[in-house]
Each structure stands twice: as C-alpha cells, then as structure tokens.
Design a protein around this ligand. Structure first.
Ligand SMILES: [Fe+2]
Length: 370
C-alpha cells in the first residue's frame, strides 16, 4: 500500500493522505490552504474519514489548511511539540504515535530545518518534510534551523531506517515524487560522502533568497492556518486571481521556466528592456510601447506566437501592474497566464526610487543590462 501524494504547484509542496483500507480512517500530512477544496473532494470521493491533520513543521512557504480541515471534517490536528503551534490538539513528542483505524503513524524528531521539525514513519514509508528532500535537504538558515542538527537527523535518524524505506519529501522542485533511504544514503548531493563539518560549510555557503511568504505564512501556521480578523471570523487565504490563472513569485516563475513548464514573457516596452535590464531567454511582447505608452496593436499575435498551444505563460513587467492587465488579455486568448509579483523593479521606495522594494532584480535571479 502506498500513500496518496498530492501536489501544490505554487509552493511545490507535497501533501500526503494515508488511510486504513478496512475502516476508511485517514490521516493527512502537510495540507496546503489553497488546496482545501481539492483535499476535501479527494476525501469524499474515496469515502475517507479524516482523523488527523499533521504537520512536519511550521512552514515558511505556504499556509496550512489543518485548522480549516479540522473544522470541515472533525479531524484533530497534531504537530511536533517543538514548533510553537499552540492551536493544535496534540503536541507530538519523539516516538509518539497517532492511530487511524488499525494503522499507526510514528513521530521521529528530526531537528535541523527547524528545531521542532519531525519526520513520520508509516509502515515502510517515511515522510521527511523539509528534513530530507530527494537529492537535497531543507535549508537551515532561518526559523531556528541548524545545519549541525540537520546532519545528525539525516545521518543518525533517517539513514538508520532500512534502506528499502520509501522517502516521501515535503517538496520537490523537479517533478520527482519519491526516493528510498538507500538511494539517498548513496547519492544525496548534500549529504552523501560528506562529514558533518563539510555539510555545515556547504549549508552556510548557500545564501538562499528569503521565502516570499515567510512573514505571512509562519504567523498563520503557528495558529494551524486559521487567521482571524477583529471579529474573530476566519479570513480566507489568497486564492487564484480574478480573470487570470494567478500570481506567482519571481522564484516560482523562474523555476517553471527552467523546468520547461512555462514561457517567460516580458511585457515591458523595448525601451525599458534596453535601458533598465532584462532576463535572459524572456520573450519580449510589449503591452504598451514608447513613445507615449500606446497599446501594442500586435500584442495578441505576438503572444500567440510566443506561447505554444495549451502552454503556460508567466508575465513580467516593471512592478506587476501591466503584467496583470496582460495576463487577463492572455487568458481571454486561451493561454494559462500568471502574473509575476513585484515585476522586474518592484515598487518605488520613499525616495521614489525603484529597485530597493522587491522585484526580480532583488531576488538573486539572472538578469543583464543592455
Ligand atoms: Fe519548511
């Protein structure tokens, strides 16, 4: 029996549903707020009764739906005790188990990505959250992370499991779904063949960009994803946008482009690209042109030529305003179009200068001038 693996493309997060085939009691690991409707539909169509909504840690890149799932289904929430998620019904300690029907999930404390992070063992499957990824591992540079702890958790706890144990990660950015303890032991690019000192040095040299949603996601996740306004009413998380497919971060857009999942369209004018800078490989399809910022009469034809039939486009402008208008038009043309948040330069700061408040150029992604 294998777990049901579900994917949230916006955050590249994997959610897992396990169940007891005899009783139909189920458990979900790392559910994503934007996917609540999908997950409820999956549970219903398979006639599963959700008993537990479980987190591997307090996530920085997406908001959990655990609290809302509990409200909808009557499931209870369970979290690692060291994560500060006070709203959860159960605070798990290392080695504790959760029962669903005749099945059991066992908590393994695997600190390092965050101090409280846990992995979960079910039969011969291990759900590793952001502790161990396929050919990689979670970052350790924020949220109480520790590269030393992560090394010990991966090599001492996870690699102590039988080599045939299937590894189900919390994320994958390259379309891979699962691995094994044996394969990661032998070939994980971050860990295999490295001493603790070498691993710590490697982790310290990564200099990763700050997750875009961290300021929003972590506080929400410390309350099981339930955010309340002044009246105590539950606020909905941001959803797909009106009139186009949705908003994505520059990092997400670039990942899709690199993976061949989307075409990057630069909707700024020729002058802006020439003088301010541009992203290598982006296809220029101006929304408006200098002089005078008049509408580009050939926008539709140029866009159709740039995006293959049934393809996906990510649209970049200066600050994320024109790209919304262009994404709406692209949607009318039958293209799955996403707006890239903050654009190339971001918003102007208090000195009316652009480039210091967000934008593609600030994210450490490729671009060049001229
Ligand atoms: Fe994480």
């Amino acid at each position: 029996m294998i777990p049901l693996q579900l994917f949230d493309p916006a955050s590249s997060t994997y959610t897992y549903i396990l169940h007891d085939p005899a009783t139909r009691d189920a458990l979900i690991i790392d559910p994503v707020d934007e996917q609540l409707d999908r997950d409820l539909a999956v549970l219903q169509s398979r006639q599963l009764t959700l008993r537990w909504a479980v987190e591997t840690h307090a996530h920085a890149d997406h908001i959990t739906s655990a609290g809302r799932l509990a409200e909808h289904t009557g499931a209870r929430t369970a979290v690692p005790a060291g994560c500060g998620i006070g709203t959860a019904a159960v605070q798990l300690q290392d080695g504790e188990t959760l029962a669903f029907g005749g099945e059991t999930l066992r908590a393994l404390h695997t600190p390092g990505h965050t101090a409280g992070s846990m992995s979960f063992l079910w039969r011969d499957h291990v759900f590793t959250g952001d502790t161990l990824l396929i050919n990689g591992c979670g970052r350790t540079d924020f949220q109480s992370g520790s590269a030393t702890d992560l090394y010990r958790s991966i090599t001492g706890v996870l690699f102590a499991l039988p080599e045939g144990t299937t590894v189900w990660p919390g994320h994958d950015y390259h379309g891979r779904s699962h691995s094994t303890i044996g394969a990661e032991k032998a070939g994980n690019a971050r860990v295999a063949g490295r001493s603790q000192e070498e691993f710590v040095a490697l982790m310290e040299s990564l200099h990763l960009p700050r997750p875009r949603r961290i300021d929003e996601a972590v506080p929400a996740n410390l309350h099981s994803g339930l955010r309340h306004d002044a009246d105590g009413a539950t606020l909905q998380a941001p959803r797909a946008a009106e009139g186009y497919a949705g908003d994505v971060s520059a990092q997400q857009a670039w990942q899709w482009v690199q993976d061949g999942q989307a075409v990057l369209i630069d909707v700024r004018s020729d002058a802006e690209r020439e003088w301010v800078g541009q992203v290598p490989g982006a296809i220029p399809v101006a929304w408006k042109q200098w002089p005078g910022m008049v509408m580009n009469a050939d926008f539709d034809a140029q866009l159709r030529a740039a995006v293959p039939e049934g393809g996906r486009a990510v649209l970049l402008c200066r600050s994320g305003v024109r790209s919304v208008a262009a994404a709406r038009r692209a949607t009318e043309l039958g293209i799955t179009a996403y707006n890239i948040l903050e654009g190339f330069e971001g918003d102007p700061d208090s000195h009316a200068q652009r480039g210091k408040k967000g934008g593609w150029r600030r994210q450490g992604l490729p671009w060049r001038q001229g």
